[in-house]
Write a protein that binds this ligand. Structure first.
Ligand code: TMP
Length: 207
C-alpha cells in the first residue's frame, strides 16, 4: 500500500442509524499513515453549540432551521477539510451530508430541498454505511437519550439513507460480530486509499 509523498488523503465517511457502531471504529486510525478522525456535528463551534442544545432538547428549532445549521456546520469546516486532504491527511468522518439529508427527510422535509445546501461540499471517496436493522440497533445500550433515538423514526431513517446510495457507497453488514465488521471495513478502506493515492480527483457533492 505504498503511496507517493504528494498524493492526497482520502475522504472517508461513516454513516448509519443511531447505535449502529460507527464510533467503535476508531481503530481505523491505526492505518499506518496520516489519518484524522472527525465528526459532524462538530459541537465545538458556535453553530455546533446551537445544534448540541437542540439535540439535547434544551432548545426548539424549526426543522428547516436545524437542517441549515447542520449544513452550515459542514460548510464552516470545508476549507480546512480540503487543505488537510491536499496535504496528504486522510479524514475519517463520523456522519456527513448523508446524515444531514436522511434525518431531515425522515422528518418529512422534501429530499431535494434537503440536498441543495450540501451542493459543493467535498464528496467522499468512500461512504461506509454500517447497515443494521432498526430493531437490532435499538437493542444496543444507551438508546433513547437524544431526540432521534426512537424505533419508528429510525425505520424511516433507514429508508431515507437507502435512497441516497451513490457511487461512493459501500454497505457494511454491522450486525455481525465486531471483528467481522472491522475486517470488512479494513479491506474496503485500504482499497480506497490505494485508489486515492493513484490520483483519483477530489470531487464535490452530489455525485
Ligand atoms: P451524533 O450522535 O453522531 O453526535 O449525531 C447527533 C445526531 O444528529 C444524530 O442523531 C444524527 C443527527 N444529525 C442530523 O440530524 N443531521 C446531520 O447533518 C448530522 C451530521 C447529524
Amino acid at each position: 500500500h505504498k503511496r507517493s509523498s504528494d498524493s492526497r488523503g482520502a475522504l472517508i465517511v461513516l454513516e448509519g442509524l443511531d447505535r449502529c457502531g460507527k464510533t467503535s471504529q476508531s481503530y481505523l486510525e491505526e492505518l499506518g499513515h496520516a489519518v484524522e478522525s472527525w465528526r459532524f456535528p462538530d459541537r465545538t463551534t458556535n453553530v455546533g453549540q446551537m445544534i448540541s442544545s437542540y439535540l439535547g432538547n434544551k432548545s426548539h428549532l424549526d426543522d428547516h432551521t436545524i437542517h441549515l445549521l447542520f449544513s452550515a456546520n459542514r460548510w464552516e469546516k470545508r476549507s480546512l477539510m480540503e487543505s488537510k486532504l491536499k496535504s496528504g491527511t486522510t479524514l475519517i468522518i463520523d456522519r456527513y451530508s448523508y446524515s444531514g439529508v436522511a434525518f431531515s427527510s425522515a422528518k418529512g422535509l422534501d429530499m431535494e430541498w434537503c440536498k441543495a445546501p450540501e451542493i459543493g461540499l467535498l464528496a467522499p471517496d468512500l461512504v461506509l454505511y454500517l447497515d443494521i436493522s432498526p430493531e437490532k440497533a435499538a437493542e444496543r445500550g444507551g438508546y433513547g437519550e437524544e431526540r432521534y433515538e426512537q424505533l419508528e423514526f429510525q425505520k424511516k431513517l433507514a429508508r431515507s439513507f437507502k435512497a441516497l446510495r451513490d457511487a461512493s457507497w459501500k454497505n457494511i453488514n454491522a450486525s455481525l460480530p465486531i471483528e467481522d465488521v472491522e475486517k470488512q471495513l479494513r479491506e474496503t478502506v485500504l482499497n480506497c486509499l490505494e485508489t486515492c493515492g493513484q490520483g483519483k480527483p477530489l470531487l464535490e457533492l452530489w455525485l
